[in-house]
Design a protein around this ligand. Structure first.
Ligand SMILES: [Zn+2]
Length: 328
């Protein structure tokens, strides 16, 4: 039952072992090594303990593999939601032609329906990648919301850090040149709004929330990173972010990733990855603490519930510029 607290939605991008290897430039990702059978039962128990229902954005390629169907089915049978996170999880989705984007959305959707029995109504682009064509296609396919934008000025810094830590060739770096977005993404709104599309219809946008005014991310990966310096600093940072959300009447949408919750002690193949040396137990402690603070201030809900609620509100409307994608 919902109380008078404002809403905040929680979602998890279900990036699999192979997509981390792929983005890191490691060989062997092509056979799609997966940790879903370890991660999903584990995280579903963690969420049950907290009495929390969230939205899992599933990568179509994982749903298309017969071997993953039983664990993906568990997401739905345990009361959580599914969203579409593209088929191939390629962060340069924005560079795709309209036909390629249509294929990505369609193939992922089919695979997710086949694996879970549920048609997603929300989409999040891999690496916060999106384009005007993508939004048009989502609308045509009956999606209710897009959740691909991350309004922060820090995208280029996150990308530099990523390249520094990766084994990517010059060519691969070129393909990922817009990974995590550009500086101008910082000027995008933090609050949900409506995109006015090319045919004058609208599509709801729920950005991954960054700290209002300052536009610095406070999703779980950042909280975990800060907690590495000081747990107290992490608490202050989260509390200040919440204060800014409350002061600006922003209903936050909080993002999680598998590596926020699991570690090299469970997935040795990814032990080399940044943050994977932090023990799982410590990650869960930070997660439980952050969720506890968020619960004091917000009703924590799934993204579909958040989207339904927003549809009753008067939201700002922004027009999309003709595609920056279109395969050029
Ligand atoms: Zn992802």
């Amino acid at each position: 039952m919902l109380t008078s607290k404002p809403l905040a939605s929680i979602s998890l991008d279900l990036d699999d072992q192979w997509s981390y290897m792929k983005i890191h430039g490691d060989t062997g990702w092509e056979s799609h090594p997966s940790y879903l059978k370890i991660f999903l039962p584990y995280v579903l128990d963690v969420l049950d303990e907290l009495g929390l229902k969230i939205t899992f954005f599933i990568v179509g390629q994982d749903a298309a593999l017969e071997n993953n169907c039983d664990v993906l089915q568990m997401i739905v049978s345990r009361g959580h939601e599914v969203g579409n996170h593209s088929f191939h999880h390629e962060s340069w989705l924005r560079e795709y032609s309209k036909e390629q984007i249509e294929n990505e959305i369609h193939m992922a959707e089919e695979a997710i329906i086949k694996a879970t029995g549920v048609k997603p109504i929300g989409f999040r682009g891999p690496g916060f990648s999106w384009s005007a064509d993508l939004l048009d296609i989502l609308k045509q396919r009956g999606y209710v919301f897009d959740a691909s934008t991350l309004p922060t000025y820090l995208g280029p810094i996150a990308r530099l850090y990523y390249f520094w830590k990766s084994n990517l060739s010059k060519e691969e770096r070129k393909g990922r040149k817009e990974l995590f977005g550009s500086f101008k993404d910082g000027f995008r709104p933090t609050k949900p709004y409506l995109w006015k599309l090319n045919d004058d219809s609208t599509l709801l946008e729920i950005p991954v929330t960054t700290m209002p005014v300052f536009k610095i991310p406070f999703h779980m990966s950042y909280l975990l990173y800060i907690s590495g310096f000081s747990m107290l600093l992490m608490k202050l940072y989260l509390k200040f972010s919440i204060l800014m959300c409350r002061a600006t009447k922003t209903s936050p949408s909080i993002l999680l990733h598998p590596l926020d919750l699991i570690s090299g002690d469970q997935i040795p193949e990814l032990a080399f990855f940044p943050g994977m040396d932090i023990k799982s137990a410590r990650k869960i402690k930070v997660f439980n603490y952050a969720i506890g603070i968020l619960k004091e201030h917000f009703n924590l809900v799934t993204m579909n519930t958040h989207a339904n609620h927003l549809q009753e509100k008067k939201l700002k409307v922004r027009r999309t510029k003709k595609s920056n994608a279109s395969g050029t």
